[in-house]
Design a protein around this ligand. Sequence first.
Ligand SMILES: NC(=O)c1ccc[n+]([C@@H]2O[C@H](COP(=O)([O-])OP(=O)(O)OC[C@H]3O[C@@H](n4cnc5c(N)ncnc54)[C@H](OP(=O)(O)O)[C@@H]3O)[C@@H](O)[C@H]2O)c1
Length: 257
Amino acid sequence: MNRGAVRPEVWDRLVARAHLPGAAMAAAGHELYGPIAQPPGTALVIGQVGQSLDGRIATLAGDAQNISGRDGLVHLHRLRALVDAVIVGAKTAVHDNPQLNVRHAKGPNPARVLIDPRGRIPDDRRLFHDDGARRIVIQAVDRPRPEGVEVIRLGLDGDIIAPHRIVAALAALGLTRLLVEGGATTLGHFCSANLIDRLHIAVAPLIIGAGPTGLALPPVDALDDCVRPTVTAYDLGSDVVFDCVFRPRERYTMVAE
Ligand SMILES: NC(=O)c1ccc[n+]([C@@H]2O[C@H](COP(=O)([O-])OP(=O)(O)OC[C@H]3O[C@@H](n4cnc5c(N)ncnc54)[C@H](OP(=O)(O)O)[C@@H]3O)[C@@H](O)[C@H]2O)c1
């Protein structure tokens, strides 16, 4: 298995390539993070799931803290440091109240994007706190948000806001490198819309036994119809990350409708 460790000087190069205009041509120097540390303006959508050996992201009682080990957490924060914006769904904002900033790696905080179509998430969630990062809500209703929070109003296409319209609206704000952190419903919508370029599944060595899984997709009957991305595994230390790459014909269109 490949090793996911990053030397500090290599990490500095990766962050520079992602955020400093003059460094765009610098070598990335790392198999796992190089494809993500793309120059500003690159269109890229990454998904990330932190899960147990049996594919769970929480207990049935809703305990979702600390599934990932120390190195899995660092990995997640590295991904955040390399993108323009992190996206979460309304239920993650309710259940986890995440900060969505970069604390366990070196690098800038991304913009924080909440998809809250019905405007039901209270203003006191931590992702709304003003720490200098952009804070954005995508909603289908007319609802005021805390001062400084940008609102993108998009209509529903059936039951959901079409993910490609979310990607386009964020691109119009200069946010093209996106990390979809979850939960399963939000990530599933992006996968079904054929928008995820790479999916990082970080597996921690624990077995939960029952509980929600990290990716909600329509069912398939035959294994021949399953998605089979090109996968490379990396040993992070406490966790193993599976870097799943989707070529166009292997994306989720085959199971979406
Ligand atoms: N381990 C991990 O890596 C990880 C990461 C993140 C979250 N989680 C866990 O995931 C769980 C939550 O996942 P979840 O699947 O229940 O919910 P979720 O994906 O966090 O949120 C789903 C909700 O977000 C809104 N939404 C998302 N995309 C939308 C779209 N395209 N159009 C319209 N609305 C959209 C809808 O809000 P409405 O309901 O208002 O319509 C939808 O019901 C939590 O327990 C959390 O701990 C785990």
